[in-house]
Design a protein around this ligand. Structure first.
Ligand SMILES: Nc1nc2c(ncn2[C@@H]2O[C@H](COP(=O)(O)OP(=O)(O)OP(=O)(O)O)[C@@H](O)[C@H]2O)c(=O)[nH]1
Ligand SMILES: Nc1nc2c(ncn2[C@@H]2O[C@H](COP(=O)(O)OP(=O)(O)OP(=O)(O)O)[C@@H](O)[C@H]2O)c(=O)[nH]1
Length: 493
């Protein structure tokens, strides 16, 4: 998941004023339009959700990959390999939806059947439609029947995929799956792609057109990802944060707690620490541990609004730290850097650090910073204010009028560099999106990255935005097809 889609949609709408200079009144109209788009965009962040459920090894992950058109979900020929619920952005027939792969539970004390049923129960509550996958070559098993029983109670649409129908000869087998009482079985071969388009068409028909109401996804506590390289102190910090407070489970109005999240009260406010199950469980994979760790980090960041990136203050920054930071920046999430193990930092180390950080953190000079010790509890209470600052920057918007007033002075003083003998003009700018704040500069020519960074830096000097990434996009004005009589040409302010 990258960025905030309202940015793009707002910008598309803006294309209509192409070629003319907007004056103050037009700015006001633009602001209103962008705000409306943003409101929609925020809702669009809660795009319809499809959950894929089924017992181990029926091919859920293969099907998810097929739908995504890429190898992203982890497929292995071992039951239960998808350890956690993973959500992806998916597209079909011009529509976006969120695809949740609910594989991954291990049969616990309650047994396989109960845990698959519990998974289906959760899918029913959180998703807008559920896709039950069964293995047509095996037929309906007792577990499939148990899940179907749960799903039949659902008021949400449920679709039945009969997977592993690799050729026509297997089609006859799917008829017996009517017995599950979930309507027509959709034969599909996730592996070869057979009929997966038809299945998706049915899925799209079942998914609600309008985004679902703000509920589990957008309302309630703000979502925090606690990330960092192995051994940096993530579990220690989470334990300290939750240990200092009574744990606030299920008591927050209007929230359903995803079992992979933790609710933690900090500084009088409840926060949702996303995807923390693994931190506590300490799942360790013999093979591909790093791959899983990084997948987990990415999932957590995507699910969050703000990331606390833990760094080990007692040691130099590493490649791994920078990779995590890059993920946060690329995902466009607000960011708090927490320098942990501060109890181990002495005078010498502190000096070394100053130089090191100047160089190491060039990509995130804007991040909020706190020096903490998860071990002793030092300064951990500073985390909540830092999170609040970062999030309020992430939500902040500068009006088009204000922005252009400032920008025209800046550009008059420092025009964009000449390229290929031409001086690109910046016609005007809008902040087309929040979460993260996204500026769009409408220009007559390409602006090089250095100049965009310059604008970002000056923008921050003027307007703040501490703790949040700021994106600067450029929209080059296309040549007008129909020059207006009298030529309301671009006038320069
Ligand atoms: N023949 C055939 N094999 C398939 C098909 N889809 C998946 N498989 C195989 O079935 C096995 C399990 O697939 P996965 O996608 O990992 O199954 P899963 O349901 O996600 O499994 P868990 O992660 O354990 O819950 C793999 O060996 C796949 O290659 C299919 O359409 N036809
Ligand atoms: N001195 C000191 N040690 C710390 C601090 N925070 C964590 N540690 C120690 O660092 C080690 C790793 O801490 P964990 O909390 O397990 O780190 P983690 O990031 O959850 O590790 P992974 O599960 O491997 O990703 C443990 O021995 C902790 O006691 C701290 O602030 N100061």
């Amino acid at each position: 998941m990258t960025g905030f889609d309202a940015a793009d949609s707002a910008v598309d709408g803006l294309g209509e004023i192409d070629g003319t200079w907007a004056d103050e009144s037009e700015f006001a109209a633009l602001d209103a339009r962008i705000e409306a788009d943003e409101a929609e965009g925020r809702a669009a962040a809660a795009q319809p959700v499809l959950a894929v459920v089924g017992r181990p090894n029926v091919g859920k992950s293969t099907l998810v990959n097929r739908i995504l058109g890429r190898r992203e979900a982890v497929v292995q020929d071992v039951p239960g390999v998808t350890r956690d619920r993973v959500a992806y952005d998916a597209f079909w027939a011009g529509r976006r939806f969120t695809l949740v792969d609910t594989g991954g539970w291990e049969p616990d004390a309650t047994g396989l059947q109960a845990s698959v049923a519990a998974q289906a129960e959760m899918a029913m509550q959180t998703a807008d439609a559920v896709l039950l996958v069964v293995d047509a070559t095996v037929g309906a098993t007792a577990t499939d029947e148990a899940v179907a029983r749960v799903l039949r109670r659902s008021k949400k649409p449920v679709l039945l995929a009969a997977n592993k129908v690799d050729d026509d000869r297997l089609l006859a087998d799917t008829a017996s799956l009517w017995s599950l009482g979930l309507g027509e079985p959709h034969p599909v071969s996730a592996l070869h792609g057979r009929s997966s388009g038809d299945l998706l068409d049915s899925v799209m028909a079942a998914l609600p057109e309008a985004p679902r109401e703000a509920g589990t996804v957008t309302a309630g506590p703000r979502r925090v990802a606690l990330v960092g390289k192995p051994n940096v102190g993530k579990s220690s910090l989470l334990n300290r944060l939750s240990g200092e407070q009574r744990s606030v489970v299920d008591s927050v109005a209007g929230t359903t707690v995803d079992p992979v999240d933790s609710l933690v009260e900090l500084d009088g406010e409840v926060w949702r620490f996303v995807d923390t199950a693994g931190l506590r469980k300490r799942v360790n994979f013999a093979d591909g541990a790093e791959y899983y760790a990084s997948l987990r980090t990415k999932t957590a960041i995507d699910a969050a609004e703000v990331a606390i990136v833990l760094l080990d203050a007692s040691e130099p920054l590493t490649e791994q730290d920078l990779r995590v930071l890059t993920m946060v920046v690329e995902a466009g999430r607000a960011c708090v850097l927490a320098f942990n193990k501060w109890d181990l930092v002495d005078e010498d180390r502190r000096h070394a650090m100053v130089r090191e950080l100047d160089r190491g953190l060039v990509r995130v000079p804007w991040a909020e910073k706190v020096n903490i010790s998860a071990l002793t509890g030092r300064a951990v209470r500073k985390l909540a204010p830092a999170l609040r600052t970062a999030l309020s920057s992430w939500d902040q918007r500068v009006s088009t009028g204000q922005l252009n007033g400032w920008l025209s002075d800046l550009i008059a003083a420092t025009p964009p560099p000449v390229r290929g003998g031409k001086q690109p003009k910046v016609l005007f700018a809008t902040q087309a999106g929040i979460r993260p704040p996204t500026l769009v500069l409408f220009t007559t020519g390409f602006l090089e990255a250095g100049y965009r960074r310059f604008i970002e830096r000056k923008f921050r000097e003027q307007f703040g935005f501490a703790g949040s990434p700021v994106r600067v996009n450029v929209r080059v004005r296309e040549k007008k097809q129909k020059p207006k009589a009298g030529g309301k040409a671009a006038r320069n302010r």
